[in-house]
Design a protein around this ligand. Sequence first.
Ligand code: SF4
Length: 405
Amino acid sequence: MPFERKSTRQIAVGKVLVGGGAPISVQSMTITKTADVEGTLQQIYALAAAGCDIVRCTCNEQAAAEGLARIVPRSPIPIIADIHHQYRMALAAMEAGVHGLRLNPGNIRKPEHIKAVASEARDRQISIRIGVNGGSLDPSLYEKYGGITPEAMVESAQREMAYFHEVDFDLMKISVKASSVPLMVEAYRQLSEVTDVPLHLGVTEAGPPPAGLVKATAGIATLLLEGIGDTIRYSLTADPVEEARAGRQLLEALGLRERKNIDLIACPSCGRAEIDVIDVANRAMQAFGDRKIPLQVAVMGCVVNGPGEAREADLGIAAGNKRGHLFVKGRNVAVVPESEMVDALVEWAEFINEHGTEAAIARVDTALAEREAAKDRAKLMNDQGDDVNHADERIVEIRRTVSDR
Ligand code: SF4
């Protein structure tokens, strides 16, 4: 564990543990009509394949609750029902067998309704997330604090918790989301000071990528690095599969979850690049898709510096002289035509994943591959020289321009 996490209580959402040192889980939400059982299940399967651990489906009407009754037994991951205005939908969702509920305290406000739901959840041992949302704060709190403030959001969560405690219900987690990153960060910080209930992190209505990804990452990563947060969701205006991927990738990048898929690294490209690095990297990303190959794979623009710069990668490819030079742990292993670079990467990655890097190196003549790479490297150096960006010429030009004035 690279940094210390704040200790929280542990709850179970179906088979997934949340809090109390359990791996941080990734959540997402379906965007189908929940009554469309097959369509919703298809999306759930795609989400699970992309690294989603828990999925939320809206339960806004009776047909949705009936859909959940058919979805729950066929879902590969636990299902949470999203409840907004009608507490009866929460009771119906529990009847359908969901593993958890999400209640928005701003939308279900009658204490007897909240307590009726919490009592039923207690009897069935179903968890509930108190999902405070800056945008739908209880008007009385809005008035008390003069707007949406971290303090108002924390008090909203505490009020809801108090109702839960009255009926001896404690299988809860809390979120205090807002679309403003500084506001949500501060709200979560304050909340984590006053409770050990597991926290669900998110920036609500983050918007479409890439801006939405940046906002969500800024908020979620800041808190995770402070040890706050037990489960996360990216709320993007995009295919929910992108949310699941982003969540998973963030946790892997922070070292909070084991790598499951390819970690594709690529050089930023420069005047030396022999290929369109962005295009090859994107095609490689697509070719690997959601395959479960936990390797670091590098796409490098030139064979002059590529293999050295990416020597820590499990596998990589560098372009040179219309050819792709494959290297494993920095050692040249094969040469392929430029048009076959992506296919070769996938084939080698699959082999390494199954047999390991040693076996991959042993199956080829590395001396021959190194000789070929040296040849292309020498040709590039010869053609382009050391000063590939023509800095020397530019400097002469700059000096002339300045001295002319
Ligand atoms: S690997 Fe080659 S092309 Fe890519 S940044 Fe380094 S020198 Fe430039």
